[in-house]
Write a protein that binds this ligand. Structure first.
Ligand SMILES: [Zn+2]
Length: 87
């Protein structure tokens, strides 16, 4: 039996994170881009599928957090602009 290597990979085009056990390239679920597997896009690699799943969830949560922080900075900036305009 051939043991599969599960990889948590990130799409270079849209930033979508997913699990693949492909060896050479994978197709992004979100944007459909066919992406060659190389070290720069493999975030985590394991023979254990549940570990890969765990890591995927952890990474997604982290990225959501980063996005929220970025969004709140943008919100602050846009509020400053709005208050300037209403004066
Ligand atoms: Zn994509």
């Amino acid at each position: 039996m051939v043991s599969r290597r599960y990889k948590v990979v990130i799409c270079k085009k849209c930033g979508h994170i997913q699990i693949t056990y492909a060896e050479k390239c994978f197709q992004c679920f979100r944007c459909g881009e066919l992406i060659k597997l190389d070290q720069s896009i493999i975030l985590y690699e394991t023979p254990n599928p549940s570990k890969a799943r765990e890591k995927l969830v952890a990474l997604k949560t982290e990225i959501q957090k980063l996005k929220r922080e970025k969004q709140s900075i943008q919100d602050r900036n846009s509020r400053v602009w709005k208050s300037d305009g209403s004066n």
